[in-house]
Design a protein around this ligand. Structure first.
Ligand code: ATP
Ligand code: MN
Length: 479
């Protein structure tokens, strides 16, 4: 049964006083043997619980320590102290769970994010991670709401997949074969016939190909699920396990796709601004403090809230890859050889330093780059008439770099087959996918948004390992 209690957020939101309430939560601090700051995760604000002198005996008082879980019943009254409007004057306090102060690793002081990453199982109890994960929740909810309100069908695409053709990243193998070498046949080849699925399987890198099948029936679908990449990218923007949102829309072209992506990003940011303002204000302050420790020239020009408002109020800059290359090539930055990878020729893959230059230095706003060289993009992107480029679009965000990758898809069977041959993609394995082009093909487009990169952007956190509860990255799968 749900215990009878009121969430601290609900109590703090109302101005009502002089009524009986029960709160439950975890002790943040305990001052003067009287004042408990209690948090239940519904908000970063604590409820001040006042245990008047004499209410509790000495042994019970000793058990009210940082991290302990308690239940407090009493009267909600206007607070006499500064810092809070109301407080709970306790008539009864029960210790639900002790927390040995000698052993509990979280102290009522500032801990480094690196330290907190090592105790990711406890970091939800800090103000910073409380705010981050409530915002993450709000963004996830907003994503479903955005698509649901527009009539998209939420499609669950498989996590285990037999196709490894997309080439979005290195894959993790899924197998029940023994690791001791006995799974090999006479020729020393691995015998996948004996494997669980009777064939080689992997964890998915993207649900897009399956989403395209859905779009060819429901018109508009989206996926929102975990994806896995075994790339050895030890960066602050890559995880081995991350969540991706992939809408796929029939009858849409590249412009429709860009409009959808821009509307979508703005919608979910606005949702967080309207529903999680307190958490965002807290995170803005946290970021401002972090910025103070940086040299002047590395500090960002805008605070977090300002940055989010700026994104909401401005159109994303749209330009082609070719235009971007020209800007980069002609930039003083390039001429002074300040890029690690110089921009000399059309056709190069943009590095994150180039993307960040465009977004942070040149345009100072989110940028959508379109029409990339076909050589650096996936086989399914629609080929443009110039014979050199494809109808791709990447959205680049300040401080993050690529946040969305998408395209109009190649719906013309012959052209798709030709491109697959050129790229050595075995068409037999993708027969099911090619059926979309055989039976009622139509123009369509879609994109993938990396959820954690979006959470990074909205929370102003700087390392992607701090916006997913239990990050997976090279040499780390703790918890
Ligand atoms: P990058 O060049 O940054 O590695 P990508 O080109 O591999 O990205 P896509 O395959 O287009 O990315 O994936 C779509 C989106 O998924 C990206 O725009 C990004 O937001 C996100 N994403 C890709 N790889 C990762 C990762 N390893 N960890 C977290 N998010 C990722
Ligand atoms: Mn990648």
């Amino acid at each position: 049964m749900f215990s009878k209690r009121t969430k601290i957020k609900i109590l703090l939101q109302s101005d009502k006083t002089d009524f009986e309430a029960t709160v439950m939560g975890w002790v943040k601090t305990f001052r003067n043997n009287q004042f408990i700051a209690l948090n239940d995760g519904s908000t970063n604000q604590n409820m001040q619980v006042v245990a008047e002198l004499g209410l509790l005996d000495e042994p019970t008082l000793k058990r009210i320590t940082t991290g302990a879980c308690i239940k407090a019943t009493g009267k909600i009254i206007p607070s006499l102290g500064k810092g809070q409007k109301i407080e709970l004057k306790a008539t009864a306090i029960e210790i639900l769970g002790d927390s040995d102060p000698e052993k509990f690793p979280l102290q009522p002081k500032k801990h480094s994010l690196e330290f907190l990453r090592e105790i990711a199982h406890l970091r939800f109890r800090t103000n910073t991670f409380g705010a981050v994960f409530r915002v993450r929740h709000a963004l996830a909810f907003a994503i479903h709401k955005f698509f649901h309100d527009r009539g998209f069908v939420y499609l669950h695409t498989p996590i285990i997949t037999a196709s490894d053709a997309e080439g979005a990243g290195e894959m993790f193998r899924v197998t029940t074969l023994p690791l001791d070498g006995t799974a090999k046949d006479k020729n020393g080849e691995i015998n996948f016939k004996d494997d669980f699925f009777g064939r080689s399987t992997n964890l998915t890198v993207s649900g897009q190909l399956e989403a395209e099948l859905g779009a060819m029936a429901f018109s508009e679908v989206y996926t929102f699920g975990p994806t896995f990449r075994a790339e050895n990218s030890n960066t602050a923007r890559h995880l081995a396990e991350f969540w991706m949102i992939e809408p796929e829309v029939a009858f849409a072209d590249l412009d429709d796709n860009m409009n959808l992506a821009e509307d979508f990003i703005k919608y979910i940011i606005r949702f967080a601004m309207e529903n999680n303002r307190e958490d965002l204000d807290f995170l803005a302050q946290r970021l401002a403090e972090e910025e103070k420790s940086k040299p002047q020239n590395e500090r960002s020009e805008m605070g977090l809230i300002e940055k989010l408002e700026f994104v909401l109020n401005n159109h994303f800059e749209r330009l082609t890859y070719t235009e971007a290359i020209d800007i980069l090539r002609e930039s003083n930055h390039n001429k002074k050889k300040k890029f690690q990878y110089p921009v000399d020729a059309w056709g190069i893959d943009l590095q994150s330093e180039h993307e960040r230059y465009l977004v942070e230095k040149h345009f100072k706003k989110p940028v959508i780059l379109t029409n990339y060289p076909k050589e650096i993009k996936a086989f399914y992107m629609r080929q443009n008439d110039d014979g050199k480029t494809v109808a791709a679009m990447d959205i680049l965000a300040p401080g993050i770099g690529e946040i969305v990758g998408g395209s109009q898809r190649e719906e013309r069977y012959d052209l798709l087959m030709k491109r697959m041959e050129e790229m050595n993609i075995p068409s037999e394995e993708l027969n099911w996918y090619l059926d979309t082009r055989r039976f009622g093909a139509c123009q369509h487009a879609g994109f993938g948004l990396g959820f954690e990169r979006m959470v990074l952007f909205v929370t102003g956190m700087t390392n992607i390992r701090d916006v997913i509860p239990f990050p997976r990255y090279p040499k780390s799968a703790n918890f």
